[in-house]
Design a binder for this molecule. Structure first.
Ligand SMILES: NC(=O)c1ccc[n+]([C@@H]2O[C@H](COP(=O)([O-])OP(=O)(O)OC[C@H]3O[C@@H](n4cnc5c(N)ncnc54)[C@H](O)[C@@H]3O)[C@@H](O)[C@H]2O)c1
Ligand SMILES: O=c1ccn([C@@H]2O[C@H](COP(=O)(O)OP(=O)(O)O[C@H]3O[C@H](CO)[C@@H](O)[C@H](O)[C@H]3O)[C@@H](O)[C@H]2O)c(=O)[nH]1
Length: 333
């Protein structure tokens, strides 16, 4: 069990991945505080011991929160997340994701908090044609403003680790999906752009069909390949990362993939939703969505070696079953 000084600040803890991670931190015995501005998060998805409503831009409030709750480590989820939208309106992405993280780091320095786990993304790899899996040793090569914003934060963290002696882990998630198996929380993005919830909406009759963005990619069936990782596996990955930072000093900066190592095409995901739900899903073949790499699949060795973590509940079937159960129980009919 975590010892003294083990209160974790979960910035963006009211969101999809943050809510699952807060539950996992509590299960692991950590005390938790959420800091969130509720721009996309939900009050009923806050499972922490304490909640502070505030914005990343508010350095004074962040500093006061870190000091008041004697925070040992920060997990930083708060960001704007849609890669496609960032192609159209990039500036808010740089403001919230990059400037917002600078605010958080200033507050951490002021409060003397040195450990941070940052939500990075497979989008920092961009298009790495011909590679079956992506290793952290590859150069960052994002192709969207969203991916650039995350790559910039990784660079800022590297610099701050050198300059100020912080300890930072950037967890590069592949495609977060699924829902808490006990149904306590799930995926509820108000402007939903993610594939699995959109297919589920089509299966539930909330939308007439699901679009396939691009059928002419150089992949087995012409549609994009992604590595879908269960959000509860991501959550245990964060617990492992916090433990790693607490147990080891001078870890410096490390980037680690959180994925399964297996990729599925858009068509395979649609078929899995059909099988799990027993419902029909109509599809419309559409143009490619700008900013989508053909294939993103993780090399999972680093997290296994350093964090002793690997995905345990991320079969596509399990992901879709939990997402379907959550939607049926909680989302509008
Ligand atoms: N969902 C995915 O597939 C995926 C994949 C890779 C990386 N990520 C990253 O994981 C993180 C969490 O993603 P998510 O899907 O849970 O998103 P989400 O939108 O559900 O959660 C983000 C949370 O941050 C809060 N927030 C945003 N801006 C804020 C600000 N300025 N001040 C305070 N709070 C703020 C929101 O209210 C929300 O509760 C993001 O950083 C995202 O880039 C997500
Ligand atoms: O209606 C849809 C929605 C998506 N897709 C495709 O499905 C795949 C997955 O798309 P989506 O669920 O939107 O996820 P990504 O664009 O892969 O991005 C997610 O996963 C990235 C990491 O891989 C994160 O950085 C992002 O924050 C997160 O939104 C892509 O090939 C899309 O082109 C469709 O064909 N139709």
């Amino acid at each position: 069990m975590p010892g003294k000084h083990s209160t974790v600040l979960v910035v963006g803890g009211a969101g999809y991945i943050g809510s699952h991670t807060t539950l996992a931190l509590k299960d692991a015995g950590f005390a938790t505080v959420i800091y969130d501005n509720f721009s996309t998060g939900h009050r009923d998805a806050c499972f922490a011991d304490h909640l502070v409503e505030g914005d990343l831009a508010d350095v004074a409030k962040l500093t006061e929160t870190l000091e008041r709750f004697e925070i040992s480590s920060v997990i930083h989820f708060a960001a704007m997340i849609e890669a496609g939208q960032s192609m159209v309106t990039p500036l808010p992405f740089f403001e919230n994701n990059v400037s917002g993280t600078v605010s958080l780091l200033k507050a951490m320095l002021a409060a003397g908090v040195s450990r941070i786990v940052f939500s990075s993304t497979a989008a920092v790899y961009g298009n790495q044609d011909g590679r079956l899996t992506l290793s952290e040793t590859l150069p960052r090569a994002p192709i969207t403003p969203y991916g650039h914003s995350k790559a910039m934060v990784e660079r800022i963290l590297e610099t701050c680790v050198q300059a100020y002696g912080l300890q930072a882990i950037a967890l590069r998630y592949f495609n977060a999906s699924g829902a808490d198996a006990a149904g306590r929380t799930g995926e509820r993005h108000d402007l939903e752009t993610h594939l699995i919830p959109l297919i589920i909406e089509a299966a539930r009759g909330i939308r007439p069909n699901v679009k396939i963005y691009g059928t002419d990619y150089d992949t087995s069936d012409g549609t994009c390949i992604r590595d879908y990782i269960h959000v509860s596996d991501l959550a245990t990955g964060h617990v492992a990362a916090v433990r790693y930072l607490l147990d080891n000093s001078n870890t410096g900066f490390q980037a680690m993939n959180l994925g399964t190592g297996t990729g599925y095409s858009v068509r395979q995901v649609i078929n899995t939703v059909r099988e799990v739900s027993g419902r029909a899903v109509d599809v419309v073949e559409a143009d490619r969505r700008p900013g989508d790499p053909a294939r993103l699949v993780a090399d999972v060795a680093a997290a296994r070696t350093d964090l002793h973590w690997s995905a345990a509940q991320s079969s596509l079937d399990e992901i879709v079953r939990t997402a379907w159960a959550y939607a049926e129980a909680n989302l509008p009919h």
